[in-house]
Write a protein that binds this ligand. Structure first.
Ligand SMILES: CCCCCCc1ccc(S(N)(=O)=O)cc1
Ligand SMILES: [Zn+2]
Length: 262
């Protein structure tokens, strides 16, 4: 997610991305507004299996559009399978999108409701492709888990991430973050909605099987405030607060959204 000439501001934001990335107006763009009453319950959808035991997190970095925790691409790497997936997908990184106030910041919405933030756990199809870069442009290349964050009680495990944010304040900065198992960031219930979509930032490749959990996790206002002290800008540049780094919902274009539960 290196930001070349796109961003979230007035003139380089989501409404202008189509100029550099025409696929922005494609037929399977993300995020979308999820309307539960219009989802199809697909009884063939098995529960998603999440196995993050062997988690070698490499570090945490500010890439100028979000803050991401990267994972090593090792063979026995952590991953997900079953659910809507026909192959095993390996965890590459996770990152967040958030607003400048608690009432908005998520990318997907549910019946028009926005959440304070949205966590994306990005996986690539290691059964079919050799590398993440090869998978990122393939129609079945990626699977991203979406977790809504809403403000409430402090999250007991998120502090390992928020405590590290002060070390990655500037674009291009990174810090160590060892053995972080992101399973602790998933909600209790793994009920999910799933649909075919895209990356929500340029290059907007239509390569993502989205799996969005219905149940949000709770984080405190103080924990959210730590995300809002991050910067889009580099150390020597004028300070630009990293906030509102979310793309609004895109046209469904006739796609079906399946629910894993009744
Ligand atoms: C050619 C390299 C492309 C790297 C694309 C990295 C990326 C991963 C996930 C998401 S998101 N927000 O849909 O989860 C956006 C971008
Ligand atoms: Zn994302």
């Amino acid at each position: 997610m290196t930001s070349h000439c796109w961003g979230y501001g007035e003139d380089d934001g989501p409404s202008s991305w189509h100029k550099g990335y025409p696929i922005a107006q494609g037929n399977r763009q993300s995020p979308i507004n999820i309307v539960p009453s219009e989802t199809v319950h697909d009884s063939s959808l098995s529960p998603l299996i999440v196995s993050y035991e062997h988690c070698t997190s490499i570090g945490i970095s500010n890439n100028g559009c979000s803050v991401a925790v990267e994972y090593a691409d090792t063979e026995q790497g952590p991953g997900i399978y079953r659910g809507p997936l026909s192959d095993a997908y390996r965890l590459k990184q996770f990152h967040f999108h958030w607003g400048h106030k608690d009432w908005h910041g998520s990318e997907h919405t549910v019946d028009g409701k926005t959440y304070t933030s949205e966590l994306h756990l990005v996986h690539w199809n290691a059964s079919k492709y050799q590398t993440f870069r090869e998978a990122v442009a393939a129609p079945d290349g990626l699977a991203v888990l979406g977790v809504f964050l809403e403000t409430g009680e402090e999250h007991q495990s998120l502090h390992k991430i928020t405590d590290a944010l002060s070390m990655v304040k500037f674009k291009g900065s990174n810090a160590d973050l060892k053995d972080f198992n992101p399973k602790c960031l998933l909600p209790k219930s793994l009920n999910y909605w799933t649909y075919s979509g895209s990356l929500t930032t340029p290059p907007l490749h239509e390569s993502v099987t989205w799996i969005v959990f219905e149940e949000p996790i709770e984080v405190s206002k103080k924990q959210m405030e730590k995300f809002r002290m991050l910067l889009f800008s580099e150390e020597e540049e004028d300070e630009k607060l990293m906030e509102n780094n979310f793309r609004p919902p895109q046209p469904l274009k006739g796609r079906k959204v399946c629910a894993s539960y009744n």
